[in-house]
Design a protein around this ligand. Structure first.
Ligand SMILES: O=C1O[C@H](COP(=O)(O)O)[C@@H](O)[C@H](O)[C@H]1O
Length: 262
């Protein structure tokens, strides 16, 4: 099985899915820190990403992580003022980051609309691309670090990060970060990692829970291509993992993948 071939794990419900994903991520971070001294994770916004962070906050095992040696990045951000509750970073702080001893210098939030670039979302995206490039090692040819885990919530329209079906961002092949205007999901102005940046991660984990994700999951896994279904175009260098609950997995054609596990 190649890394681009998705592995599916289906949990009973969204609560169990968040708890199991939290346990999996804690273990992955601890293992990376043991092997390389540090770990890097790309966070996602959305309901499932936030539920995962809340589950980590509630887990006693969170103390096994050396939070001071963890780099945190974001896969996308809503381009709104820095204290706006719609920001993925504000939600991540509320769910987890304010409760653990992260090193602020290693928490790489995407720029906000009241930052140095003002409302120029392209300049803000280029600034984040530069920050990523500085953190990339000599062997990281894409211009981003080799993230240990990159998390992506799957939207009901199959969007991941802020790459929406048939939108310009999903066609980007050169830049690692793009400004997004006119997103079909509010707010319309966003910043997103691109497919080349996402595919540089060691592991990509896609999260989808709930009945409203069932059509998106079934479509993406049937391989329609990234333009039509951005979630079908993401994979990690060593692993691509879909973490689902039963309602989200309900419409996956049985011939595509083995029956759901508990
Ligand atoms: O707007 C966004 O939505 C997606 C998915 O969110 P969900 O609530 O439908 O799970 C998320 O992945 C992305 O980071 C976020 O900006």
């Amino acid at each position: 099985m190649t890394a681009a071939v998705p592995q599916l794990v289906v949990h009973r419900d969204k609560e169990l899915m968040a708890q199991a994903a939290a346990a999996r991520l804690i273990t992955k971070i601890v293992d990376a820190q043991s092997a390389r001294g540090t770990a890097s994770v790309v966070l996602t916004g959305g309901r499932n990403g936030n539920a995962l962070l809340a589950a980590i906050a509630a887990s006693p095992a969170r103390d096994a992580v050396d939070w001071s040696r963890l780099d945190l990045w974001w896969g996308d951000e809503r381009f709104v003022p820095s204290d706006d509750p719609e920001r993925n970073a504000v939600q991540a702080r509320d769910e987890l980051l304010d409760a653990v001893p992260v090193n602020p210098a290693r928490v790489h939030e995407m720029p906000a609309s009241d930052g140095v670039d003002g409302s120029d979302v392209e300049a803000a995206a280029a600034r984040y691309a530069e920050e990523l490039a500085k953190a990339a090692g000599p062997g990281d040819r894409t211009g981003v670090p080799a993230f240990d885990v990159l998390l992506l919530g799957v939207g009901p329209d199959t969007h991941v990060a802020s790459l929406f079906p048939e939108h310009p961002g999903v066609r980007e092949t050169e830049r690692t970060v793009v400004g997004v205007r006119g997103a079909p999901k509010p707010p319309p102005t966003r910043i997103s990692l691109t497919l080349p940046a996402i595919r540089a991660a060691r592991e990509v984990w896609l999260l989808a829970a709930g009945e409203d994700k069932a059509d998106a999951v079934a479509l993406a896994l049937s391989g329609p291509g990234e333009l039509l279904a951005p979630a079908s175009g993401v994979y990690g260098r060593s692993r691509t993992l879909w973490l689902l609950d039963r309602p989200a997995a309900a419409k996956i054609p049985p011939q595509l993948y083995p029956p759901a596990s508990a």
